[in-house]
Write a protein that binds this ligand. Structure first.
Ligand code: NAP
Length: 294
């Protein structure tokens, strides 16, 4: 495992376990399995509705709090200064911890950007009070970052965005780098390209022939090649699995190296077409989602 250093000096393991769509009843076991195999970074979110089970997994394994990097996200319906302060209480209450290593805004709320700013102001307060060790954002495009930076004081430590070989967002990654923000890849093995109900079901990056060829050359799986590509380019990657074998395989990516030609071939797969929702599309229904109390 390699560690990455955030713009405030806090370090995190480059690779963590994601739990989006991990069923609550399988999440504690997945977290426990990941910790057993050596994961020390977990990414969850209020909106995933499995923060309690993430906490249960941490306790099941018995990890000392300081040994695991714990990251979660505030959902848009909890944006606003006081509401976001309370969202921290909800998250830590469910996780069963006093502090978070990274708390991020799940996405910009472009039609109500004032609430996004107010939410981020609350994160700044939590940071100043030492209740979170770092703060950041997710699904922010460069113009969202510019608007945020114009009205706030602390540069986000992380921007968690969709990055996989079919949608690499070089413009977002460049903007992040220019501001000293770590890009963290969601769907790093392209989950969004093969989840049922997303896209037309025929463009799974997991089935890409170029990835398959590079994987075969190294005696690795396509998922391992994609994770290695992300890590070699300096990103944090947070692959999701609830399957113990795949959880183990996904962290086994630190003993091989892709050469420059292979990296360039993977870079060349970018279609420029996002798999996930457009952060600029108004989605007022999201504001009706109620994040429950601990
Ligand atoms: P992903 O990690 O790229 O892919 C997950 C999918 O791949 C699951 O269907 C998983 O199924 C399968 N899988 C896992 N390991 C595999 C392997 N070695 N070989 C073949 N299939 C494998 O996609 P993601 O879950 O969308 O993204 C990862 C994490 O990013 C999420 O869990 C979440 O923490 C975060 N995320 C954030 C946002 C955001 O808006 N901020 C959006 C999406 C995701 P099994 O579980 O059955 O193995």
């Amino acid at each position: 495992m390699i560690d990455l250093t955030l713009n405030n000096g806090v370090t995190l393991p480059a690779l963590g376990l994601g739990v989006f769509q991990s069923p609550p009843e399988e999440t504690a076991a997945a977290v426990d399995a990941a910790l057993r195999i050596g994961y020390r970074h977990i990414d969850t979110a209020a909106a995933y509705r499995n923060e309690r089970q993430v906490g249960e997994g941490l306790r099941r394994f018995g990890i000392p709090r300081g040994d695991v990097f714990l990251e979660t996200k505030v959902w848009v319906s909890d944006y606003g200064y006081d509401k976001t302060l309370h969202a921290f209480e909800k998250a830590t209450g469910k996780l069963g911890v006093d502090t978070l290593d990274l708390l991020i805004l799940h996405q910009p709320a472009p039609t109500r950007f004032d609430t996004t700013i107010a939410a981020y102001r609350a994160l700044e307060t939590l940071l100043a009070e030492g209740r979170v060790r770092s703060i950041g954002v997710s699904n922010f495009m460069p113009h969202h970052l510019d608007a945020l930076l114009a009205e706030t004081d602390v540069v986000p430590a992380v921007n968690q965005v969709e990055v996989h070989p079919y949608f690499a967002q070089p413009d977002v990654q460049a903007a992040d780098a220019a501001h000293g923000i770590l890009t963290q890849a969601w769907s790093p093995i392209g989950g969004i390209t093969f989840y049922p109900g997303w896209g037309d079901g025929t463009h799974s990056v997991m089935d890409d022939p170029t990835i398959a060829e590079i994987a075969a050359a190294h005696g690795r799986t396509p998922a391992q090649v994609m994770l290695r590509w992300g890590i070699q380019q300096g990103r944090s990657v947070i692959p999701k699995s609830v399957n113990p074998e795949r959880i183990a395989a996904n962290i086994d990516v630190f003993d091989f190296v892709l050469d420059a030609g292979e990296v360039a071939r993977i870079d060349g797969l970018d279609t420029g077409m996002r798999g996930g929702p457009d952060p600029d599309q108004p989605r007022d229904a999201f504001f009706d989602v109620v994040i429950d109390e601990p």
